[in-house]
Design a protein around this ligand. Sequence first.
Ligand SMILES: [Zn+2]
Length: 100
Amino acid sequence: MFSEEIKALEQINLTDRDIKNMKTSKLAEKKMEWVYGIGDKKTEKLVALGKDKLEEQIANRLLKENNGIVNYCPKCEKIARTPKARQCRFCGHKWFDESE
Ligand SMILES: [Zn+2]
């Protein structure tokens, strides 16, 4: 994941109390910027999506970028258990790649 994605997910999980506590010292404030991306425009944009939307967006991006690594069942198009699996755990379809 991108670092701003990780930060955004962490930031979403913070409570108001966490943030208040962190504002008590300069060091803690710096930590907030580094760890949670508070004040970082890219991260704030992701945080604004909300947790569900953000997670969905990250998942979709990772799947898209890893297309070819992710092993889909050719029949039902669900994701197989492992990248080398040749039998679908959902529909039971078996496939064997002759090139291997
Ligand atoms: Zn299947």
